[in-house]
Design a protein around this ligand. Structure first.
Ligand code: ATP
Ligand code: MG
Length: 329
């Protein structure tokens, strides 16, 4: 469905330096995949999507999208894809339903088909009660749902969503996801989206592509990325600091233990599986009379993956606290 080779975008900086927004991207996406693209602000996500949707021309490299070359047949590519941009694309004073009908006619549907299609999408995205409201009067979440409907008017086989859920409350985020997943199932759509919500990418996408500074730095399932790049962690504190080395020895015997560190009374390590390692270590410590003041098992998040890859955190503003399991010892 998508195949890029050496896809590159430089923005000439005027008097300033040239911005290398996308640096030689090689990406293959098969029909039916749901791929989340993650990366910090300025990583090149939107620029990549804008090239793949033919909105801007690459500086170098090639891309086939939905069967056609973006440079040679941009019109064909556009007809086959849907695109929901970052921020609100929908117009202002039009009524929501009319906005959809107009979009349909832009894509070459006759008026009647456009109306039928618009009505269908209004129903699928729970927009029916809002059909006669002005777009400018809709709430952020309602507008985002309308944006998604606009991207789907011509029944594309490939849908690009640039931060579809940014700014939505948790209820509307969940709602939007339900719609996206249902539409995808019904139309066997391929979906490529960007998001800053790591938990969302983790739960919903089958494949996660991590980009940083214009390059792909990881590409796998969320589970595989977390397992190979981050791994589970144990943190234990000995009641008596003098016991920490003995405790560290026990921790080192847990399956897959590595990077065992002692820091004062605290012992930290990576292990294969925190939920089974933690009780085993605690039982052994109790059997040897080593008192443990505190014990935690952490399962990795995609943020830990990014941290391992780059030494920086990707955690979104206001993210939930880490999913540490605290165990009273
Ligand atoms: N039209 C433009 N002219 C000059 N520089 C640009 C232009 N568009 C994007 N850039 C620069 O290219 C880089 C990549 O931007 P891009 O919008 O692709 O990032 P992003 O990954 O989508 O970030 P965000 O998460 O903030 O949306 C940034 O350094 C940005 O400032
Ligand atoms: Mg962006």
């Amino acid at each position: 469905m998508i195949r890029t080779r050496g896809l590159t975008k430089d923005f000439a900086g005027g008097k300033g330096p040239t911005v290398h927004a996308v640096r030689g991207l090689d990406l293959d996406i098969a029909p039916g995949e749901l791929v989340a693209v993650l990366g910090p602000n300025g990583a090149g996500k939107t620029t990549t999507i804008r090239m793949l949707t033919t909105l801007i021309a690459p500086t170098a490299g090639t891309a086939q999208v939905a069967g056609s070359d973006i440079a040679r047949e941009p019109g064909t590519v556009r007809r086959r894809i849907g695109y929901v941009g970052q921020g609100n694309g929908a117009g202002h004073s039009q009524r929501a339903l009319d906005e959809l009908v107009v979009q349909g006619t832009i894509y070459g549907l006759d008026r009647r088909d456009a109306r039928r299609r618009a009505a269908e999408l209004m129903a699928q995205l729970d927009l029916e009660p809002l059909a006669r409201r002005k777009v400018s009067d809709l709430s952020g979440g309602q507008r985002r749902r309308l944006d998604v409907a606009l991207g789907l008017v011509h029944a594309p086989r490939l849908l690009f969503l640039d931060e579809p859920s940014t700014g939505l409350d948790p209820h509307n985020r969940a709602n939007l996801w339900e719609h996206i997943l249902r539409l995808r199932e019904r139309h066997e759509m391929t979906v490529v989206l960007t998001t800053h919500y790591l938990d969302e990418a983790d739960q919903m996408a089958e494949r996660v592509v991590v980009v940083d500074d214009g390059r792909i730095i990881a590409d796998d399932t969320a589970a595989a990325l977390k397992h190979t790049l981050a791994g589970d962690r144990l943190v234990l504190a000995a009641a008596a600091p003098g016991d920490a080395p003995a405790l560290a020895e026990l921790v080192a015997r847990a399956p897959g233990a590595r990077d065992v560190e002692v820091d004062g009374a605290e012992v930290r390590a990576r292990v294969a599986d925190a939920p089974t390692a933690l009780p085993a270590v605690l039982a052994e410590a109790a059997a040897r009379g080593l008192a443990v003041a505190r014990a935690e098992g952490h399962q990795p998040t995609l943020d830990d993956v990014f941290l391992t890859l780059t030494g920086r955190s990707l955690r979104e503003e206001g993210a939930r606290p880490s999913d540490a399991e605290e165990v009273a010892a």
